[in-house]
Design a protein around this ligand. Structure first.
Ligand code: SF4
Ligand code: SF4
Length: 90
């Protein structure tokens, strides 16, 4: 991923050597209860509610902007139902 240099007020000396992690999002839609925690707290605004329903009648999230996922793991930590996680892209 290309780093946007203008976003830094101060730049680390080795910023051009840093490789920003990239994540792939996995969602088990049937486990989701539509609480929206993962959507609300994802620091990169990757997730959105989908239009589809699972069998419990909830809208599970989907990775609308997966290209922005940095594999921080917060969605996995915050999900009460173990319905979402990310893995590092090779
Ligand atoms: S791993 Fe982090 S950046 Fe990626 S979707 Fe989850 S909370 Fe968002
Ligand atoms: S935190 Fe888990 S249960 Fe809540 S909306 Fe996200 S995936 Fe669904």
């Amino acid at each position: 991923m290309e780093i946007n240099k203008t976003r830094f007020i101060r730049k680390p000396l080795d910023w051009d050597k840093v490789k920003v992690p990239k994540g792939i999002v996995h969602i088990i839609e049937e486990r989701c209860k539509g609480c929206g925690f993962c959507i609300e707290y994802c620091p990169k605004n990757v997730l959105e509610f989908s239009d589809k329903f699972n069998s419990k009648g909830y809208h599970p999230p989907y990775a609308k902007h997966e290209e922005n996922c940095v594999n921080c793991g917060l969605c996995e930590l915050i999900c009460p139902d173990f319905a979402i996680w990310s893995e590092a892209e090779e």
